[in-house]
Each structure stands twice: as C-alpha cells, then as structure tokens.
Design a protein. Structure first.
Length: 103
C-alpha cells in the first residue's frame, strides 16, 4: 500500500525513546511510528464476525470435568513429574522456565 505523507506532533521525550528503539532494532523511527499507529488503530476495531477458533482434542475425554483439579495442582510438582518422565526435554523446559521468569 502506498504511503501518504502526514505530520505527527510527538513529545520530545517520546521522540528520544523512538530514536533509541530505532537504533537498537535497526528499524527507522518512521517505521516504529507507523507500527505504533497501526497497533493503536487496530485496537479500536471491532470484528464484523466472531473469532473462530479451531477445536482442541486432548485425547482425554474427562479432561473438562477435571479442569479445576488440574489448575489447582502445584505447577512445580507437575514439572518435576514431567521432567522425570521426559528426561530428553529437560534442557528445553528449563530454558522455557527461565524465559518465562519462573526460575
């Protein structure tokens, strides 16, 4: 889509933040501004149709009936059980936990 020229007034502190982000990410300040405007505009949109999500088949028919019990479990105990059952995936799981800030 072709771009149209416009003028946007930006607070001096915000402009510094945009320029720092541009230098850090090697993206132009204009592109950062366009992305921010697009995100703000999209946030205000309403869908004309409901969002259709694909169904999930867990392979465990009574799962829905046990959801409260499962969610109440201690996650660290569940992770310990899973690590014991799948020792090959320990490094990936630990990396994911660190990324999520759990460890």
């Amino acid at each position: 889509m072709p771009l149209k020229r416009t003028v946007v007034y930006i607070d001096a502190d915000d402009l510094v933040t945009i320029e720092e982000a541009a230098a850090r990410t090697q993206v132009s300040p204009g592109q950062i501004t366009r992305d921010a405007i697009q995100l703000a505009a999209m946030r205000g949109r309403r869908r004309s149709e409901p969002l259709r999500l694909r169904r999930f088949a867990s392979g465990d028919p009574p799962l829905a009936g046990r959801v409260d019990e499962i969610l109440a479990e201690d996650p660290s105990a569940a992770d310990a059980d899973r690590l014991a059952a799948e020792p090959g995936d320990q490094a990936e799981m630990l990396a994911n936990r660190r990324f999520m800030g759990v460890e």
